[in-house]
Design a protein around this ligand. Sequence first.
Ligand code: SF4
Length: 336
Amino acid sequence: MNITTRNILEVRNLKKYFPITGGILSRVVNSVKAVDNISFHIKTGETLGLVGESGCGKTTASRVILRLIEPTSGNVYFDGEDIFKLRGRELHGLRKNMQIIFQDPYSSLNPRLSIGSIIAEGIGAHGLAKGRQKKEIVEGLLEKVGLSAGYYNRYPHEFSGGQRQRIAIARALSLRPRLIICDEPVSALDVSIQAQILNLLTELKKDFNLSYLFITHDLSVVEHVSDRIATMYMGEIAEIAETGEFYSSPLHPYTIALLSANLLPDPRKRKKAVILKGDVPSPISPPSGCRFHTRCPVAREICRSEWPEPKEISRSHMVRCHLVDASHPVPPIVPA
Ligand code: SF4
């Protein structure tokens, strides 16, 4: 499917703070700012890669978008509809349209259920088919993800990690969703299997008219599947750009550091790694100004006190850094 101009998903100023309680009365004394004012969109037919270190808030953002947890504030529109206003049957309908593939194919499948029952569960819950017809749909899905229809009565422990992830993909497809959130779908797999699963996801995107939000910490993985890529740091989006531009002309010092640490197969293309000093600060009390200033190799005085506004460098490139703007779209020289 071609990418259209219509947004399948639009996230506006989304926040998710987890309260920390203390004292005898268990009053809220602070909060973990897991997702802090993020905005982005995904066009119909598009794959948006969301990258960042562990704990940067990307998985929490996905859970809020799926309404598995409630937001602190902000809006999420699915096909133009504000999903936080949906209740009852409408919310049930939304769940059919948005599915997730989890990172760990070992814990995401119920070991007590057969493969057929796992994939058929959603079909039954949404009343899409029954009996023989339901079984035929599941068998068709098994074949679609590269497994034998004859595996219907087998159990998860009989399969390898790659096969389990194929089963998880078949389950996600069973409701014919329009958007799938892939949360580190290949991180737990051997490198040799990763490419197979990525190719499968690419094929299925065309066959099922899907859009993806592809969450990963692995920049070599996200390049092959994404149309655009966003970098996330401490709950905020630092940069979003089209994939080609993201890799050829990154502007945010954090993106530059992440890319420099990405090991490329061609040694001629490898850059000297930018080593970020220090640990990621606590999301309970994030640094003032730019959240990256405590680790940024080119931080200035202004970075410590003023929060950088998101700046549109071009129609498809946004960056949040004091040193870059549309009239000076040149990456800061980050020392290696
Ligand atoms: Fe670094 Fe300052 Fe840019 Fe933040 S605003 S990324 S601290 S240069």
